[in-house]
Design a protein around this ligand. Structure first.
Ligand code: GLP
Length: 246
């Protein structure tokens, strides 16, 4: 695992977009799993600008949804797919048929997760995982405790994640209590991953992710064992790290 410290959020977003663009140049038909959350929004804007300038071709990409609230359909304002569509798919002109979904309103959510894993397997695994870091170390909605072998599945959200999602859903009461998430197994097997971490509030969980024990209690800590994972953190997030102190 490699750590890169960016000057600030803008620099982080620019570097992340450039890394993704470089990879997509080599693998234009890559399978990419895409996070929502606030952190990657700047990266997606930068990627869209690169696409406008003709520097990224998205026409052959295969995109995988990282997570979704259980029971939430596409028309629901809380839909993470809706957020991904507005922030990533539409600006990058990615068509619906290029996307493998985790539908929150699937009639059989467990089967939806198994079909999702089969689709990843059939495509030959993920080439790139674009991830954010939950305040409790979750990746997607792999809530602690989650070990590195867990498949995509339906999970119960922890109180911490419900609190964290309150700002996306209007209030904590409006946050669904369960979610579908891409599995740790699928994420850890991605050929490249980019974990984006920004802001002072992520200092302590970033430190546990990079410098703490590898443990299901901090799912993101498994990235320590992934050779081709890059953690891109801005100075505000990285300040407490031993490596940032030189
Ligand atoms: C959310 C999502 C994750 C996201 C993470 C960080 O709850 N389940 O996919 O990456 O938490 O979110 P943010 O970037 O807003 O801090």
């Amino acid at each position: 695992m490699l750590l890169t410290i960016a000057d600030d959020y803008h620099d982080l977003s620019r570097q992340a977009a450039q890394r993704a663009a470089d990879l997509l140049k080599v693998s234009p038909a890559a399978a990419v799993i895409v996070a929502t959350g606030e952190t990657p929004m700047g990266m997606y804007r930068e990627l869209a600008a690169l696409k406008q300038r003709g520097e990224v071709d998205t026409s052959r990409l295969r995109i995988f949804q990282l997570d979704e609230y259980l029971g939430v359909g596409d028309d629901d304002a809380r839909s993470l797919y809706g957020w991904m569509k507005r922030s990533f798919l539409d600006p990058l002109e990615i068509r619906a048929e290029q996307v493998v979904r985790l539908r929150g309103d699937a009639s059989d959510p467990s089967e939806e997760c198994s079909a999702f894993d089969r689709a990843i397997e059939e495509t030959g695994g993920l080439d790139l995982a674009i991830l954010g870091l939950g305040m409790n170390g979750h990746l997607g909605f792999n809530e602690p405790p989650s070990d590195h072998e867990l498949p995509s599945r339906v999970v119960a959200l922890t109180p911490e994640s419900i609190g964290g999602s309150a700002r996306y859903c209007g209030s904590a009461d409006a946050v669904p209590r369960r979610a579908l998430t891409a599995g740790m197994k699928q994420l850890m097997a991605a050929k490249h991953s980019l974990l984006l971490v920004s802001g002072e509030r992520k200092q302590s969980i970033l430190k546990r992710t990079l410098e703490g024990a590898v443990s299901p209690e901090v799912p993101s800590s498994y990235l320590q064992r992934v050779a081709d994972a890059t953690v891109l953190a801005d100075q505000d997030a990285a300040r407490a790290l031993d490596s940032a102190r030189g």
